[in-house]
Design a protein around this ligand. Structure first.
Ligand code: B12
Length: 217
C-alpha cells in the first residue's frame, strides 16, 4: 500500500507536477508512511530519473526546474514531521553547510541539512553559491566543529578545496572537520583535497557527521 504512494510521488516528480507531488506526499504522511521512506523511496528516485532524462537529452532545463521545485515543496511539507522525530544525540554538534561558490544546486545540500537537524545537530545553512569567505566567517562566528561542502558540478568541485585552504589560512582548520559531497564527488576526491569525510547520500552524511563530531571532541 505504501509503495503505491511512493510510486505516485516518484511519477509526479518525473512528470513535473509539483502540486501533485505535494498532494501525494501529504496523503502518504496521513496514511502513516515514514517521512524518510518518502524521501528515500519516493522523492530521491524521482530526481534521479529526472537527472537521467536530462543527461539523455529527453528533458531540458525547464523540466529540471519544475521537478526541483516539486522536490523542494515536498521537503517543506515533510519538515514538521521530520522535526517531530528529531533525536537529540549526545554526539550532535554545530554544523555549517552550504553549496560552494558558482554552484546553485540546493536540493541535496538541503536534504543533508534537514537530516542533520533532524538528528540533533545545530545547523547553519548558508544556502547556495556561498563565497569561500562566508564559510570561514560562519565557522568563526558559530564555533562550528563541522563544515559540509556541497558541489554538483565538476567545475565547482575544486572550490571545495579552496574552502579547505581558506580555513587553513584563517587558522581554523585544526578545530573544524570538513565533509564533502555532491553527485560528482567521490571518496578519492575527498582524500585528494584533504577533507575529513565524504558521504554519497544524506543517510551517509548523518553517519559521517556523527563520527566526525565524535572525533572533534
Ligand atoms: C535539479 C538539477 C538542477 C536544478 C537545481 C535546482 C535546485 N534548486 O537545486 C537547476 C535547473 C537549477 C540546475 C542548473 C544547472 N545544472 Co543541474 N542538475 C540537476 C539534477 C537533475 C539533479 C540534482 C539533484 O537535485 N539531485 C537530487 C539530490 C537529492 O541529489 P544530490 O544533489 O546528488 O545530493 C545527494 C548527494 O550528492 C549527497 N550530497 C549532496 N551535497 C552534499 C554535501 C555533503 C557535505 C555531503 C556529505 C553529501 C552531500 O547527499 C544528497 C542527498 O542524498 C542533476 C543531475 C544529477 N545526476 O545530479 C543536474 C546536474 C548536476 N546539473 C548539471 C548542469 C550542467 C547544470 C547547469 C550548468 C545547466 C545549464 N546549462 O545551465 C546549471 C548550473 C547552474 C549553476 N551554476 O549551478 C549537470 C552537471 C554536469 C557536470 N559534470 O558538471 C548535471 C549532472 C546534469 C547532467 N547530467 O548534465 N540543475
Amino acid at each position: 500500500m505504501s509503495s503505491d504512494f511512493l510510486t505516485r510521488i516518484t511519477e509526479s516528480l518525473v512528470d513535473g507536477d509539483p502540486a501533485a507531488t505535494v498532494a501525494h506526499t501529504r496523503a502518504a504522511l496521513a496514511a502513516g508512511v515514514e517521512p524518510m521512506a518518502i524521501i528515500d523511496q519516493g522523492l530521491v528516485p524521482g530526481m534521479r530519473m529526472v537527472g537521467e532524462k536530462f543527461s539523455s537529452g529527453e528533458y531540458f532545463l525547464p523540466n529540471l526546474i519544475v521537478s526541483a521545485s516539486g522536490m523542494k515543496q515536498a521537503m517543506q511539507a515533510l519538515e514538521p514531521e521530520l522535526r517531530k522525530r528529531q533525536q537529540k544525540l549526545a554526539s550532535a554538534g554545530t554544523v555549517v553547510i552550504g553549496t560552494v561558490k558558482g554552484d546553485i544546486h540546493e536540493i541535496g545540500k538541503t536534504l543533508v541539512a534537514t537530516m542533520l537537524a533532524a538528528h540533533g545537530f545545530d545547523v547553519h545553512d548558508l544556502g547556495v553559491d556561498v563565497p569561500t569567505e562566508r564559510f570561514v566567517a560562519a565557522v568563526r562566528d558559530t564555533g562550528a566543529t563541522l563544515v559540509g561542502l556541497s558541489a554538483l558540478l565538476t567545475t565547482t568541485m575544486s572550490v571545495q578545496k579552496k574552502v579547505i585552504d581558506a580555513l587553513e589560512e584563517a587558522g581554523l582548520r585544526g578545530r573544524v572537520q570538513v565533509m564533502v559531497g555532491g553527485a560528482p564527488v567521490s571518496r578519492a576526491w575527498a582524500d585528494e583535497i584533504g577533507a575529513d569525510g565524504y558521504a554519497e547520500d544524506a543517510v551517509g552524511a548523518v553517519e559521517t557527521a556523527i563520527r566526525l563530531a565524535g572525533a572533534a571532541r
